[in-house]
Design a protein around this ligand. Structure first.
Ligand code: GRF
Length: 217
């Protein structure tokens, strides 16, 4: 399976996906990394790892549809099967999301459907949540609302700030995303009629993966 990773910033999740895909038995290959921001440091990281990486600057386009058309063309040129958003801070048109339904996923730093949008770690703290985490989900037009593929939970500690909670969640993201993408690429998870369908293999992987990470020291 050929994968494109979309980023807007440092790309630490992208880096974990690139590392995982470098293993000979990983069922997917990262064929391109695209950022909507030319200054995203993740672009250099990807290039250093030998992955074709480029910016498609959204500011150079006068409409969302025009940006999406340029993105679509880049994905077609790279013959992409699956698009992984990894800190990609750009809302795509409903048409784009519909065209890639079942072939485009995201990682979000909360246990969806709680805490959608931005600053979600602060949202969790403000709500008094004692558990948060991260979610890998299929992308649908409605923001942060697509069918859930996989989740990992972390505790929210009494003295957490958005930064300390983000760091704990990010550690879980780095484990969860490569594992979830592996399940998709090996055909153990797919989207059918808007619902996530799992094979017996995927169900086993879910039960073997500890859902609650230990508190940070
Ligand atoms: C991650 O927390 C991800 O869940 C969110 O944006 C952050 C990106 O971090 N969507 P990185 O660029 O992967 O380091």
């Amino acid at each position: 399976m050929k994968i494109a990773i979309l980023i807007s910033g440092r790309g630490s999740n992208m880096e974990r996906l690139i590392e995982a895909a470098a293993a000979p038995d990983y069922p997917a290959e990262i064929v391109t990394v695209i950022s909507n921001r030319p200054d995203a440091s993740g672009l250099q990281t990807a290039a250093r790892a030998g992955i074709p990486a480029k910016a498609i600057d959204h500011k150079a386009f006068d409409s969302r549809a025009a940006f999406d058309a340029a993105l679509e063309q880049a994905l077609e040129e790279a013959d992409v099967d699956l698009v992984c958003h990894a800190g990609f801070m750009r809302i795509l048109t409903d048409e784009f999301a519909a065209r890639w339904e079942g072939r485009m996923v995201n990682i979000h730093p909360s246990l969806l459907p709680s805490f959608k949008g931005i600053r979600v770690q602060q949202q969790a703290i403000d709500a008094g949540a004692t558990i948060s985490g991260c979610t890998v989900h299929y992308i649908i037009p409605a923001l942060d609302s697509g069918p859930i593929i996989s989740q990992a939970a972390v505790p929210v500690l009494a003295d957490d700030t958005a930064d300390t909670l983000s760091a704990r969640i990010l550690e879980a993201e780095h484990v969860l995303y490569p594992a979830a993408v592996k399940m998709i690429a090996s055909g153990d998870v797919k989207l059918e009629d808007g619902k996530v369908v799992r094979s017996q293999n995927a169900k086993r992987a879910d039960t073997e993966c500890p859902p609650l990470f230990s508190p940070a020291p």
